[in-house]
Design a protein around this ligand. Structure first.
Ligand code: HEC
Ligand code: HEC
Ligand code: HEC
Ligand code: HEC
Ligand code: HEC
Length: 327
């Protein structure tokens, strides 16, 4: 994952203070955000000219109406607690470019995006032309169908100066992943981990055993771990509907795009018939992270309350394991 270091981006750009009566619009510093896609041959190729036709942003965080580049970079909206309640619109006022189609017509080596498919772009859910990372998660049809990710589902605030935890007295010690804008272990891993086929009692990894099950996870999961996906960044009903007879939907987020060769310790919500807690699940949390529950319709909370009582073997240590395991 490549991204422009703030210093580099700043020095490369003809950044000018918007307070001077320069012809450069006040928001032009936003273009300093060089977005490089995570996808092969998908680097941002949009230039300032394109963005220049857009409307200037509103006062972004409501605190500074025309911040200069440095102030904007340290706008409190980037950090906790403000980032927790930030809306996508607020972020996009300055970062509109992350959602703009910006895959190059061809890579620097001359390869055209339509001619290449990555190993993970082989599930039936993958459609359309090559897209940038942000668009694949936020605006492509499939993303919108099954997910409801927001900027702050992934972005939880980071320190633009240090980018490394605990390296000075003032740097943020916790919740900061080394040189990452997003805590990959807590966020990406949920949808890009290996499939835990062993605990499912499958003889082999899904790639090999799926024929046995007609490529249908619901042969088991119509009855097992049925209390799932009740979080504010997924569309649970749409997922179940799309997954009827198509295991690629489920597998896509549970092993089919496993960038990380490790497991994610999913919360294990109680479900009818799932009263027994196997040894491997003793330390699992029994609810999703609180931040993923905000904004959910009340019925979900009510459903959770009336769900069969949580297995009694769980101990308070589970909540500690929750944070611990997900870091
Ligand atoms: C007032 C304008 C403004 C707003 C609002 C804003 N940003 Fe930024 N942001 C910037 C500027 C300027 C930079 C520095 C860009 C650079 O150096 O490339 C930046 C940098 C970033 C970076 C890279 C940080 C780094 O360490 O290099 C991320 C990620 C980011 N913003 C996300 C967000 C998110 C998410 C939101 C909404 C919660 C948001 N921004 C709201 C102006 C803004
Ligand atoms: C699926 C998780 C996810 C979502 C949702 C997301 N981002 Fe990002 N964003 C990332 C990752 C990962 C990076 C690259 C981080 C790095 O290099 O460490 C990134 C990078 C950025 C950057 C730095 C410049 C760049 O393009 O590399 C900005 C600015 C940014 N995101 C803004 C936003 C805004 C605004 C939104 C909401 C519209 C958003 N992001 C939604 C994961 C996400
Ligand atoms: C809520 C689930 C979810 C989360 C969280 C998530 N992703 Fe994804 N990701 C997806 C889905 C679904 C797709 C495939 C979409 C498609 O096929 O159209 C995808 C696709 C991708 C792709 C391939 C893009 C392409 O065009 O081929 C990359 C790379 C990726 N994710 C990286 C990440 C990273 C890094 C993070 C964490 C910052 C992350 N994802 C977080 C669900 C998620
Ligand atoms: C043979 C039946 C069976 C099939 C087929 C099956 N699963 Fe499972 N799955 C299980 C069982 C059993 C568990 C563990 C139940 C428990 O928590 O006690 C499980 C657990 C899970 C978990 C939670 C793992 C964890 O670490 O908490 C996920 C996610 C999951 N399955 C996804 C899938 C997906 C996606 C597919 C299809 C690609 C699939 N399963 C196919 C039986 C199955
Ligand atoms: C767009 C990505 C995505 C898709 C598609 C998806 N899942 Fe999930 N799944 C997740 C995420 C993220 C979580 C963890 C949510 C949380 O924190 O509670 C999860 C959690 C689970 C769990 C753990 C349930 C528990 O006890 O909380 C099971 C089992 C599971 N998924 C099975 C499936 C099956 C079966 C399908 C297909 C019908 C499927 N998933 C499709 C992203 C996805």
């Amino acid at each position: 994952m490549q991204h422009a270091h703030p210093q580099t981006a700043a020095s490369r750009l003809p950044v000018r203070s918007p307070r001077k009566s320069s012809p450069l619009p006040a928001w032009a510093w936003c273009l300093g955000v060089v977005s490089c896609s995570l996808v092969l041959a998908a680097c941002s190729a949009q230039d300032n000219g394109n963005a220049a036709s857009q409307q200037p942003p509103e006062a972004a965080s409501g605190q500074l109406s025309r911040p200069d580049y440095q102030r904007a970079m340290y706008d409190p909206i980037h950090f906790k607690p403000a980032i927790e309640t930030a809306t996508d619109e607020q972020c996009l006022a300055c970062h509109k470019e992350v959602l703009e189609p910006s895959v190059r017509a061809q890579s620097i080596a001359g390869v055209q995006p339509a001619q290449v498919k990555a190993w993970y772009q082989d599930l039936s859910t993958y459609t359309g032309e090559q897209e940038t990372f942000h668009r694949r998660h936020l605006v492509t049809p499939y993303a919108k169908q099954v997910m409801d990710l927001k900027c702050n589902t992934c972005h939880q605030g980071n320190d633009p100066r240090e980018e490394a935890p605990g390296s000075s007295a003032t740097t943020v010690a916790d919740d900061l992943r080394l040189r990452k804008h997003v805590d990959v272990g807590a966020v990406c891993l949920m949808c890009h981990a290996k499939m835990n086929f062993e605990v499912m009692g499958l003889p082999e990894p899904w790639q090999k055993s799926k024929a046995l099950f007609n490529n249908d996870c619901l042969m088991c999961h119509a009855a097992i771990r049925t209390n799932r996906h009740q979080v504010n960044f997924l569309k649970p009903e749409a997922i179940e509907a799309a997954a009827q007879g198509n295991g690629d939907v489920c597998f896509g987020c549970h092993g089919g795009r496993a960038w990380y060769q490790m497991l994610f310790p999913y919360p294990r919500h109680p479900w009818p018939g799932g009263e027994e807690v196997p040894d491997w699940a003793k330390d699992r949390p029994t609810t999703s992270l609180p931040r993923f529950l905000t904004g959910l319709p009340a019925q979900t909370a009510a459903a959770a309350e009336t769900a069969p009582s949580a297995p009694t073997e769980t101990t308070p240590a589970d909540s500690a394991a929750d944070t611990g395991a997900q870091q």
